[in-house]
Design a protein around this ligand. Sequence first.
Ligand code: AMP
Length: 282
Amino acid sequence: MYILRTKEEVNYNLQILPKSNKTIGLVPTMGALHQGHLELVKIAKQNSAYVVVSIFINPTQFNNQEDFEKYPKTLDKDLELLHKSGVDYLFMPDTVEIYPSRPTLSIDFGHLDKILEGSFRPGHFNGVGIVVSKLLNIVKPNIAFFGQKDLQQVAIIKRLVEDFSFDVKINVVPTVREEDGMALSSRNLRLDPESRQSARIISKALFFAKSELLAGNSWLSIRKKVNQMFESEPQAKLEYFEMVTSDSFHILDSIGNERNVSICAAAYISDIRLIDNISIFD
Ligand code: AMP
């Protein structure tokens, strides 16, 4: 695995690859890698001749300084995991390489960045849009791989690619979960054992809501029960629990004729903010 730290190194190394039908797959990450990231790498390897993973903790997408400062860093383990997974290139730029100057451009995603994550984390999707644009311009992949775990981010990136005509295919990889249902996340590393137990409430509530919906129960009654579930978990504080159309993120209060429906949730477990979502028909 080659470690590349600058745009020039990426340019040089990827330019010399044989051109004929060689797809380059990019897996952008912020490090502290887990099986969820490795699933993206696995799917990337199946779909591309060369896999580039990036590790960059992007300051512009953090709306909370403490969250940024405390973001887990496990570089030695990351290197070992990526090496074992057969990744070809690791792009690991420093902040100045990505941001030689503070970006003045900001991206308005319309409705998509005004709700759920967008409304609770102002500026977050602008930062995501900017860094993903930069990574796509630097690496110039044919395919980029993103996790369904960050469903609203997927919608944002699809919009970005369409509106800016990026010449890249977006491949969405299903969420990898622990045995008890909890979605893998780098931030889980910050949970102490007790909080880890409490954190199960998020996926439990999502699975419960999905089965209740499929059984024909009303969203109103499901939401009430979910609120009660969270109230009985002292360490957990629910931020939102919404049923939405999975691409456009319009909030629904009943499924109606929609078939592309997800439930998205965000909650604090102690002081760690976690998100998860589930698709209703798959
Ligand atoms: P992050 O390092 O958290 O920015 O995540 C990098 C990529 O991995 C994003 O596309 C995430 O959606 C994806 N990802 C994170 N957790 C999971 C998971 N549990 N299953 C699948 N993909 C994930």
